[in-house]
Design a protein around this ligand. Structure first.
Ligand SMILES: [Zn+2]
Length: 402
C-alpha cells in the first residue's frame, strides 16, 4: 500500500484538488451548516490533554492490542501524520450540554465518553435526524452461545440469534461474565441438562464431565437483573463488512473499528460492565456484497461518485436497528454506553419507546490518527471525509495525534 508523505497530507488539507478522485465534496462548502460553530478558533481545537495515552491500562500484558497482534489486519509502516484538518469535524456544541462536553482528563485512561440524552428537546447530543423506527420490535431468540478465546488473549461469548423478520444469523459478541441472554437461559419444554450445556445455557465454565447447567430457572434473573448502580456496558452496533474485515480492504475502516471495539471491551476496566458488539449480517448496510463491489468500481471510474456513495452508504434500515434493540433487551440491558461517531445512531438503537437508553456516546478514533498503528490510504480518508461532511459523524479534537 503506497502511502502519502506528510507533504502530500498537508497538500490534501490545503486543497481538495489533491483528494482522491472519487471524493465528492459537499454541495455546500460551509463546514458549519448550523452556524453555531462558526466562531470556533484554533484555541478551541487545541489539545488540553496531556500526552498520556488513552490506553494506559492496555499496558497489561494480558490485553495486547488486536491491531498489533492480529495478523489479518496489516499495519502500515507509515509514520503517524496529523489528519488533514479538513477531516476534523467542527461540529461542536456548547459545553455542559449533554452530548457536547469534552471528556475530563481523569477519564483519559478509559474509553472517552460524552453524556447524551435523547429525551431533551435540544437533542442532547443525539443528532438532528429522527430515524424511522419500527412500531414494534422484532422477536429474537438466542439459539446458541459459545466461549471464544481470541488471538488477543481476551475471551468472549459469541451469541447466535434467530429472529422473526429475516433468515440471517445475527450475532452478539459479548465480553464479560455478567451479561446473559434471557431467551437462551429460559427452560424450554423438553429441555435436558445436556441440551442446555450444548446450547451454552450454563453458568461458570464448562469442563470435561460436567453434567449440570447450574441454572435452576429463576436464579439467574435475580443474580443478573438490571442493577441501578451498575456501570452501563459498552455497546457497538456493527454491520458485517466482508471486504474490510476479511480481505484487508483499505476502502473503509470497518475492520479497524471492529478490532478497536473489541479492544476497548477487553480492557480490565471494562470487565465488570462488560461489552456487547451487535454484529448484523447486512453487508454494505444491506445492499449486499455484489452491489457494494459495483459501487467500488463506480468509484474507481472516477465519475458518479455521489451515486456510488449513496449505494455504499445505503441508509441502514429500521429493521436492523430494531433487531439490535431487541437483542440488547434479550441480553438484559437498558442503559448502555454506545461506541459510535454517528450521533444519529443513538435514537435509532434506543427503540420506538426508548426501550434502551444511551447514557453516553464513546467516540471511535481512527488508530492511525492516534499513532497506534492502523492504516492510511487515500480511499479510507475519502470515505471518512464523506462520513464527516455528509453523514453527521463526529470526529473531533480528541482525534488529533500528538
Ligand atoms: Zn467496510
Amino acid at each position: 500500500m503506497p502511502g502519502f508523505t506528510p507533504e502530500q497530507w498537508q497538500g490534501a488539507a490545503a486543497s481538495d484538488s489533491q483528494l482522491p478522485s472519487f471524493y465528492s465534496p459537499p454541495a455546500n462548502a460551509d463546514p458549519s451548516p448550523d452556524g453555531a460553530d462558526a466562531d470556533l478558533n484554533n484555541d478551541n481545537l487545541s489539545l488540553s490533554i496531556p500526552p498520556a495515552t488513552t490506553t494506559t491500562s492496555n499496558t497489561a500484558n494480558d490485553n495486547p492490542s488486536p491491531s498489533s497482534s492480529t495478523p489479518s489486519r496489516p499495519s502500515s509502516a507509515i509514520p503517524t501524520n496529523p489528519p488533514p484538518p479538513s477531516l476534523l469535524s467542527p461540529a461542536f456544541t456548547p459545553p455542559s450540554t449533554p452530548g457536547t462536553a469534552t471528556p475530563s482528563n481523569a477519564l483519559l485512561s478509559e474509553p472517552r465518553s460524552i453524556p447524551v440524552d435523547s429525551s431533551l428537546p435540544t437533542g442532547g447530543g443525539c443528532g438532528s435526524k429522527h430515524p424511522r423506527l419500527l412500531e414494534a420490535l422484532p422477536e429474537v431468540r438466542c439459539s446458541v452461545r459459545a466461549r471464544i478465546p481470541t488471538t488477543t488473549g481476551a475471551e468472549m461469548f459469541l451469541h447466535l440469534y434467530e429472529n422473526n423478520i429475516d433468515k440471517k444469523e445475527h450475532l452478539a459478541i459479548v465480553f464479560g461474565d455478567n451479561i446473559r441472554s434471557k431467551s437462551l437461559d429460559t427452560w424450554q419444554p423438553g429441555d435436558t441438562e445436556l441440551e442446555r450445556l450444548k446450547r451454552g445455557a450454563y453458568t461458570g465454565r464448562l469442563y470435561p464431565g460436567r453434567v449440570h447447567s447450574g441454572i435452576d430457572g429463576t436464579q439467574h434473573m435475580e443474580e443478573h437483573g438490571q442493577d441501578g448502580n451498575k456501570v452501563p456496558p459498552l455497546v457497538r452496533i456493527h454491520s458485517e463488512c466482508y471486504t474490510g474485515e476479511t480481505v484487508w480492504s483499505a476502502r473503509c475502516d470497518c475492520g479497524e473499528q471492529l478490532d478497536e471495539a473489541a479492544r476497548l471491551m477487553s480492557l480490565p476496566s471494562s470487565a465488570e460492565a462488560g461489552g456487547i458488539i451487535i454484529y448484523l449480517r447486512q453487508e454494505g448496510r444491506g445492499i449486499g456484497l455484489g452491489e457494494k463491489l459495483k459501487a467500488y468500481n463506480l468509484q474507481d471510474l472516477g465519475n458518479d461518485t455521489v451515486e456510488a456513495n449513496l449505494m455504499l452508504r445505503h441508509p441502514a434500515d429500521a429493521r436492523s436497528y430494531g433487531l439490535a434493540t431487541a437483542m440488547l433487551i434479550d441480553l438484559g440491558q437498558r442503559d448502555i454506553r454506545l461506541l459510535t461517531n454517528n450521533p444519529d445512531k443513538i435514537r435509532a438503537v434506543e427503540g420506538p419507546n426508548r426501550e434502551i437508553v444511551v447514557k453516553e456516546r464513546v467516540a471511535m478514533v481512527p488508530l492511525s490518527w492516534k499513532g497506534k498503528g492502523g492504516f492510511r490510504a487515500p480511499e479510507v480518508e475519502g470515505y471518512l471525509k464523506t462520513k464527516i461532511e455528509k453523514m453527521g459523524h463526529m470526529l473531533d479534537v480528541e482525534a488529533l495525534p500528538r
